[in-house]
Design a protein around this ligand. Structure first.
Ligand SMILES: Cc1ncc(C[n+]2csc(CCOP(=O)(O)OP(=O)(O)O)c2C)c(N)n1
Ligand SMILES: [Mg+2]
Length: 361
């Protein structure tokens, strides 16, 4: 983040797992244990997918390494009826809502069981039955979509909100301006959740924007804005829970800036050693959201080495089985690349399809 911000960063849980006495929230040990499991699942799946890409088994992978609390703790603060507009680092939201590792891995393989039949890049997931709108590659495009969805819910007097996740890089896009301004004027019940992870691929925040941070941008649109430690499960949960209530009281949208760090590469097509020092990553390893929550749970007597080993074994086994299953699942039929979008396949697409088909024979 650039220096000079006057907006404080809400934090309750420090890196050693001490919870501040100021925390008056509602999180129970059961919810925290679920949150911990989902964050570990998200981490282990990400790590395996990166390895599979390196082995040439899948084409591409992105990860949420170090940013897991943003997705999982925010999902824990929402209702299932709330609409989710994720970017590509929010698989944790899906897992919190019950998406199975096998479903996710079919998606990463783009096979016949992938809900979108391999028509999107890996990490561009979605789940209609979980109210999770499919990720789209062009950065920021989901911001006006979420604003429109929330405005529709307001008109229909639904008691739900929309949440739109994006990185700090997305706030330099025109869609950020259009979406946030529209939501502000219409008082649409939408939470704009910005993960400020320090980089937009290789561009650090210092070269992205001249204002002190992202939260400040919200004030420019006349909306409420908060900054939170994005690696603190308690703080993220509380700020999103409060934001949801704020939206439902008809007060309009809210912008949350979650301070976090992208521990991994931007994607498997990126090499961060070209633009940042390893020492920077080392500092953030101690602030890891998973480690922090584990330390807290251990202090409460709710977690120990034996439980940890069992959890890792269970998840790794489930992931391994899912990978085997995906490996033996056929690819979607070739015609699916042109079908299911238009009622009649447009001539240009048909021509391309016929060319590919001829090349395959
Ligand atoms: C409109 C648009 N421009 C550029 C890209 C290429 N691109 C993909 S991800 C990315 C960086 C996004 O950074 P940020 O919003 O901070 O999200 P993060 O990857 O850090 O989570 C860029 C420039 C794109 N997908 N869409
Ligand atoms: Mg970023």
């Amino acid at each position: 983040m650039n220096t000079g911000s006057q907006i404080p960063t809400l934090q309750y849980l420090d890196s050693q797992g001490h919870l501040s006495a100021n925390y008056k929230g509602t999180l129970t040990i059961d919810t925290l244990l679920k949150g911990y499991r989902v964050m570990v699942l998200s981490r282990l799946i990400d790590e395996r997918m990166i390895t599979l890409q390196r082995q040439g088994v899948i084409t591409f992978a992105m990860s949420a390494l170090g940013e897991e609390a943003c997705a999982v703790a925010s999902a824990a603060a929402l209702n299932l009826e709330d609409w989710i507009y994720p970017q590509y680092r929010e698989a944790g939201v899906l897992f919190w809502r019950g998406f199975k590792p096998i479903q996710y891995i079919h998606h990463m393989f783009g096979d016949r069981e992938d809900l979108i039949f391999g028509r999107q890049m890996p990490n561009h997931f979605g789940a209609r039955d979980l109210n999770v709108v499919t990720v789209s590659s062009p950065i920021g495009t989901k911001i006006p979509h979420a604003a429109g969805c929330a405005y529709a819910m307001k008109i229909k007097q639904d008691k739900s909100v929309a949440i739109c996740y994006f990185g700090e890089g997305a706030t330099s896009e025109g869609d950020f301006h259009a979406g946030v301004n529209f939501a502000a004027v219409r008082k649409a019940p939408v939470i704009f959740f910005c993960r400020n992870n320090g980089y937009a691929i290789s561009t650090p925040c210092s070269k992205q924007f001249a204002c002190p941070g992202i939260a400040e941008k919200g004030f420019g649109y006349g909306i409420e804005a908060k900054r939170v430690d994005g690696n603190d499960f308690f703080a993220v949960h509380e700020v999103v829970k409060d934001a949801r209530e704020y939206c439902l009281e008809g007060k309009g949208p809210i912008l949350i800036e979650a301070m976090t760090y992208r521990m991994g590469a931007h994607s498997t097509s990126d090499d961060p050693s070209l633009y940042r020092e390893e020492s920077e990553v080392e500092v953030w390893k101690e602030k890891c959201p998973i480690l922090r929550l584990r330390r807290y749970l251990e202090k409460q007597g709710a977690w120990n080495e034996e439980k940890e080993r069992k959890l890792l074994d269970e998840i790794n086994e489930e992931i391994q089985q899912a990978i085997e299953q995906a490996k033996s699942t056929p690819k979607p039929p070739l015609e699916y690349i042109v079908e299911h979008v238009y009622s009649n396949v447009p001539p240009k697409l048909l021509k391309q399809y016929e060319e590919i088909q001829a090349g395959e024979q």
